[in-house]
Design a protein around this ligand. Structure first.
Ligand SMILES: Nc1ncnc2c1ncn2[C@@H]1O[C@H](COP(=O)(O)OP(=O)(O)OP(=O)(O)O)[C@@H](O)[C@H]1O
Ligand SMILES: [Mg+2]
Length: 439
């Protein structure tokens, strides 16, 4: 149960609208359902699992006017924005103009995710550690630059590309192909009409999510996602096949450096640049030999990291989000649970390519305490059965005194879930579990 709310928001006073349809938004819905502050919660567009727990409304999430209209129709007094697309087109600016508080940054802040070149220039200007990089719009100039570079090298589409706009090129030829694909063939449309060519950083990756209210913030425990589809980090990149938190690879010493070298200069830089930032700031870091460096920023919770982080908050996450959105955050009041959380994603056949859809999902009738099933790509048919409808179908979460216990519970629950073509990684957290065994 959540500790009392420190923000003087009366119980049952919030009528919440959640925007999005993935596992992250299902986790946000669960948090709202558990919050004493929330009188009512709706979702748009939602998915098959969320439909069992709340009313879901159809919505195109990039249509900001439709979001404002729906919030007004539902008389919502708090909107939580899950994905980056509505943030990048300014939905929070529009909701605020309509007098409705919303969790997430305004359009100017969302640029930290929506433009990799904007972010690189921001990081360099504010002297925040990151890989060296250079902006290009002409393939001729980009290829000329590549002739003098070391490989591997990283080629990034400037704009949003659903996690597919980054190519790690092993040699000159691969790098040229990526440059031509993005700049000349337009394989990412407008998102790739400008690119960033970046130095490759060697190291281990981790994510740190902050819930930000301008100069104040709550730092959530570090987490690690598993991007590759196959065990042992092999195969194609995905939206994320599983995650766990806390991630001890971010030691207290690294955390201190992240705070002083990355987090604080970033929030100060935003203020200096006149950007009022409220909402989640997702800091993707590479732990290099020289220390932590920024790989990327996202301006919303990670999916699946959100699903393991929210349940680690002892303080009501809705109270924290509302405080961020309304400018009243007091970070000292926020507390965390001990122990570890894990999520293992169950994916459809074909994913991360075109996923097979429409398979009936068989779910256990009893979910053990401390575990959960989060829906991502599911629909509820008219007869009530739940079928697959996307690449990442479900996420199985578990909490434990430590990562090993959490993993054991998650995989035990997975053994009771079935759908045709289901695949998942059996090694979520394995790298950390090996380290835990060595000490
Ligand atoms: N400079 C770099 N050096 C090494 N690896 C990198 C570098 N930049 C990106 N990567 C790898 O590519 C992945 C994707 O890059 P990045 O996070 O910039 O893209 P994204 O499309 O915004 O990702 P996400 O979907 O997580 O938001 C990173 O998680 C990291 O594994
Ligand atoms: Mg990103």
């Amino acid at each position: 149960m959540y500790i009392y709310n420190h923000y003087m928001v009366p119980n049952k006073s919030l009528r919440v609208l959640i925007i999005g349809s993935g596992g992250r938004e299902h986790a946000l819905l669960r948090a709202c359902k558990a919050s004493p502050l929330v009188a009512a919660v709706s979702v748009a567009p939602g998915n098959g699992g969320m439909e069992q727990e709340a009313v879901c409304y159809p919505l195109n999430v990039s249509d900001t006017a439709a979001i404002v209209a729906l919030a007004k129709k539902l008389d919502a007094n708090f909107v939580i924005i899950g994905p980056e697309v509505p943030l990048s087109v300014g939905v929070v600016d529009e909701l605020e103009a309509a007098g409705i508080p919303a969790y997430g940054p305004v359009k100017a802040g969302a640029k930290l995710e929506a433009s990799k070149n904007f972010t690189k220039e921001f990081l360099v200007r504010h002297k925040i550690p990151t890989a060296q990089g250079k902006r290009f719009t002409s393939s001729e100039e980009a290829v000329e630059y590549l002739t003098s570079q070391k490989f591997p090298i990283v080629i990034k589409a400037d704009g949003l590309a659903s996690g597919k706009g980054v190519i790690i090129a092993e040699d000159f030829d691969q790098a040229c192909t990526a440059v031509y694909d993005m700049l000349d063939s337009g394989c990412f449309g407008k998102s790739g009409s400008e690119i960033l060519i970046e130095e490759f950083m060697e190291g281990e990756e981790a994510s740190i999510m902050l819930m930000v209210c301008e100069d104040r913030y709550v730092m959530l425990p570090a987490s690690q996602d598993h991007k590759r589809v196959g065990e042992g980090d092999t195969g194609l990149n995905t939206g994320g096949m599983g995650a766990y938190a806390p991630a001890p690879v971010v030691t207290p010493e690294i955390e201190r450096r992240v705070v002083s070298e990355i987090v604080e200069p970033t929030l100060k830089g935003l203020a200096e640049d006149g950007i009022r930032y409220r909402g989640t700031l997702y800091v993707g870091i590479m732990i290099t030999a020289e220390g932590p460096k920024v790989v990327e920023f996202n301006v919303r919770f990670g999916d699946p990291e959100c699903q393991v982080l929210l349940p680690l908050l002892k303080t009501d996450p809705v109270a924290v989000m509302y405080a961020c959105a309304t400018g009243t955050l007091d970070p000292k009041t926020v507390e965390f649970h001990d122990g570890s959380n894990i999520i293992v994603v169950l994916a459809a056949e074909g994913y991360p390519g075109t996923p097979r859809k429409g398979d009936v999902i068989s779910l256990p009738s009893r979910i053990p305490a401390g575990t959960g099933i989060i829906h991502s790509g599911t629909v509820r048919e008219d007869n009530g059965t739940i079928t697959t409808a996307g690449g990442r179908v479900l996420g199985v979460t578990a909490r434990g005194a430590n990562l090993a216990e959490a993993a054991k519970s998650a995989y035990a629950l997975i053994s009771q879930i079935r759908f045709e073509g289901m695949h998942y990684r059996r090694d979520i957290g394995a790298r950390q579990l090996r380290r835990d065994r060595e000490v």
